[in-house]
Design a protein around this ligand. Sequence first.
Ligand code: SF4
Length: 336
Amino acid sequence: MIEKALLEVNRLKKYFYLGRGETLKAVDDVSFQIYKGETFGIVGESGCGKSTAGRTIIGLYDVSGGEVKYDGKNVHTLNEKEKFAFHRKMQMIFQDPYASLNPRSTVREIISEPMEVHGLHRNKQEKLMKVYQLLEDVGLNRDHANRYPHEFSGGQRQRIGIARALALDPEFIIADEPISALDVSVQAQVVNLLKRLQKEKGLTFLFIAHDLSMVKQISDRIAVMYLGNLVELTASSQLYEKPLHPYTQALLSAIPIPDPNIEDQRERIILQGELPSPINPPSGCVFRTRCAYAMQVCAELKPEWQEIEANHFVACHLYNKQITGKPAPRQVAASR
Ligand code: SF4
């Protein structure tokens, strides 16, 4: 049940200064809120800045501008004691379940490590019981506790990563491409596991992915990111039924439809060209070099972030009446 904004991201910027006067603008002026108990998806092509946004939110990177507030407190100005408490509340699940697990540690050691760092369950037996319970929570069993990561499949390793993220009983989980490295057949299982855990434990999720079809399965709301900028944000169902931004429409049109009759007839929107470099992004609208609707103004002015309908935000001049001189179209094209 959605209650209140647990996370507030206000005009967040994360730049990397590369020397020789070059700056990589990985996240450039991004704002959104995540409410307690919801799953918020961020979707976009690889290199769009979504993982950098996640890592900045959890404090792995400093901000270059703007702020991130968790439960009303600025994450990047916490003192050491507050930071320690914050890291109990917010945990991360990583993309590559193999690289994120120490190959020389047993599953028991991997899952109990965060508890040791945070001084929880000092009693050895109590700690072991917690490890067993976490393994069962993620669909593994007690016998797995004394094995090593290489003895597991990719899907099982991701389950171990999830168990480790849950070891401190967090409130908020950032799942950074948690299923991208897994076989398609296993992806749905991990998504279902995350959904079940969210319900059972009342978790709030930031789910980062490049695959819109999977994000839809799990997210209440979805933000679409392109070259460090948010281009659209709305409820998951609304985004699929009525995508407004030309980039969102292109992403959606790339998802195959299981019905062969519809699939054969529908028109695909093929994005032209490559994702431009975030070191030298296009002027005005960052999507203009690949947009079929680009106008002169798109090269000159950055589109404003506007609420076109209730809780449906988009950054595109096509929906700005002052620029087009016409009422906002409900959609610029039928993408599906
Ligand atoms: Fe396309 Fe212009 Fe809209 Fe950008 S602002 S998405 S270039 S129409």
